[in-house]
Design a protein around this ligand. Structure first.
Ligand code: SF4
Length: 218
């Protein structure tokens, strides 16, 4: 017996190719200057992180944690099982305008669009009692607004699975989407959630980073 790196190398090649394609789409729809434009996955997270990625390119092509790899495998497996291979890329966008002239485009790429519902797939090691998570609900409710459809959040965890359905009336209202857009593009909120910094590849050189100790103090 000898250690080898044949199959995992092949998996890594495919994984990096997939991540690179997704990142190109992410960066292609991100404009932090007017005319403002961003994917849903950017506006629900830290502005500074999105800015770093725009400036320096993707830092997370290689999965940093096994849970991240598990998440990608779960997502791909469900998509292929339900939609075949290669699974379609679901995409839509919507322009939001406030009365004072603030305007931005939001790009939505849900994991699945099935039976007139947008569906988001999540793998997490969090305990079942912590589900659904706020930022996952926020992401889904933004997709629901852009698509004008009900939504569904699907979880796989080491302890079991969960599924949550949301009616169209639970989509994030336009006024709330515009508020979120202001916090991101104009207020440059960084980070959006304190826990984000613990998982961020830029934390070693980001002056806005919140350390674990600071996070525990709040
Ligand atoms: S370290 Fe924190 S504040 Fe800095 S870019 Fe990352 S998430 Fe944002």
């Amino acid at each position: 017996m000898r250690p080898s790196f044949k199959i995992w190398r092949a998996v890594l090649d495919k994984y990096v190719e997939m991540r690179r394609n997704l990142t190109e789409k992410f960066l292609g729809s991100l404009s932090l200057e007017p005319p403002y434009s961003a994917p849903v996955t950017a506006v629900i997270h830290c502005y500074a992180k999105a800015r770093f990625e725009k400036l320096y390119g993707p830092q997370q092509l290689i999965p940093q944690r096994t849970a991240v790899l598990m998440g990608s495998v779960f997502e791909l497996a469900v998509k292929v099982l339900l939609e075949g291979y290669p699974p379609p890329h679901h995409y839509s966008y919507k322009v939001y305008r406030s009365e004072d002239g603030f305007e931005f485009t939001l790009h939505a790429a849900p994991d699945l669009v099935l039976d007139n519902e947008v569906v988001e797939l999540k793998f997490t090691t969090a305990p079942l009692e912590n589900l659904p998570m706020d930022h996952h609900e926020m992401q889904l409710k933004l997709y629901m607004n852009v698509y004008g459809m009900p939504g569904r959040l699907i979880y796989l965890t080491p302890s079991g699975v969960r599924e949550y359905g949301y009616g169209l009336e639970e989509a994030l209202p336009d006024g709330e989407v515009i508020k979120l857009g202001r916090e991101f593009f104009l207020e440059k909120r960084s980070p959006r959630y304190e826990w984000e910094c613990q998982y961020c590849p830029y934390r070693s050189m980001c002056p806005l980073a919140i350390s674990k100790r600071e996070q525990e103090r709040t």
